[in-house]
Design a binder for this molecule. Structure first.
Ligand code: ASP
Length: 331
């Protein structure tokens, strides 16, 4: 049996288990499967990876995982750190506004069962990813938008607050002068926090949260709250999350594509590279003018990251090491 079929079968029958801190494979006792289990790379668990350099957020997720918490709690609490970090102008409170000066947030979360929740165009609530989790857990729906999402959040105890900080307001005012108030979709300021974790039990979850493209047209929604585009998790196979120009990610359903490529046997690195390839190889692609980056992890704990241009990085916390790794890139 090929390695990937074995892995798939092992997880389908519930025989892929975590032993101590190491993901190991334990299958029916056939010699072929015994051999396959030796081939599977043993990976130290837990682990968490994030887009960009977000050491504090990743450390928070790691703390949750180390204390035996679930991957779902880890990615939520990790993302929460950046959502309340006002220095980070791409996520949550302090995020850069749309061209009209409104901060609008997009976020989603996905658990080991394939459940998901998402919020789009959420205003006045810092922890968009936690609202997305509430949508997943407390409603029969997947996605809530705008005022409805905000009212739902308030009904769940989230406190409304002003998300536009003085610093972000100033940046927006400067941009208005420079940009002559023209709506543009370009490469300005994008830095979605995407986070993928595997807990000690070997289960995977993921989340992402963003204030979207700075100075976007009012009402614009990107890839980050769209399940399959900005994020996808399949606990049997792996997970992927995107950052960069959301329109390009949506057009290629990037995160779902990466997970499906891993299902077909590609490594996380190869899968991320192929997903970027789908964008840059379009005959009319103007990829020189925008950035997209992906990170991915498979069920075995192998990770990958790839972007169109230089400058993208992945933060990884594993084996008590919190490191920021520059991604390989296309150009
Ligand atoms: N992907 C996000 C969006 O298009 C932007 C980002 O990565 O910062 O909304």
């Amino acid at each position: 049996m090929k390695r990937r079929n074995f892995i798939k079968r092992a997880s389908l029958t519930g025989v892929g288990i975590a032993v101590g801190n190491t993901l190991a494979s334990c299958a029916e006792n056939t010699s072929e499967e015994a051999k396959a289990s030796q081939i599977i790379k043993k990976t130290s668990l837990p682990l968490v990876i994030s887009t960009w350099e977000v050491k504090n957020a990743t450390a928070k997720a790691w703390e949750v995982l180390q204390s035996g918490g679930s991957a779902l709690d880890a990615v939520e609490q990790g993302c929460n750190v950046e959502e309340s970090n006002v220095i980070n102008q791409t996520v949550g409170k302090g995020g850069l506004p749309d061209r009209d000066g409104n901060v609008t947030l997009d976020a989603c979360i996905m658990d080991k069962y394939g459940n998901c929740g998402s919020v789009v165009y959420l205003q006045n609530i810092t922890h968009a990813v936690s609202v997305a989790r509430k949508v997943m857990e407390d409603t029969p729906h997947v996605m809530l938008a705008g005022k409805g999402a905000e009212q739902f959040a308030i009904s769940k105890g989230f406190q409304p607050e002003e998300l536009l900080t003085e610093a972000s307001k100033e940046a927006w005012e400067k941009w208005k002068v420079k940009a002559k108030y023209k709506p543009i979709i370009n490469i300005e300021n994008h830095d979605t926090i995407g986070m993928l974790a595997i807990d000690k039990g070997g289960d995977i979850s993921g989340a992402c949260t963003t204030s979207g493209l700075a100075y976007k047209l009012a009402g614009r929604v990107g890839d980050s709250p769209i399940i399959g585009s900005g994020l996808f998790v399949d606990n049997e196979i792996g997970a992927a999350v995107a950052t960069g120009l959301g329109e390009e990610v949506v057009k290629t359903v990037g995160s779902f594509l990466i997970v499906e490529l891993m299902r077909q046997g590609k490594s996380p690195q190869e899968a991320c590279e192929e997903a970027i390839g789908r964008i840059v190889s379009k005959p009319d692609s103007n990829y020189k003018n925008f950035q997209v980056g992906y990170i991915a992890v498979n069920k075995q704990g192998e990770t990958g990251s790839y972007s169109i241009h230089k400058g993208f990085s992945m933060t990884k916390y594993q084996d008590a090491k919190n490191e920021n790794l520059q991604s390989e890139h296309y150009t």
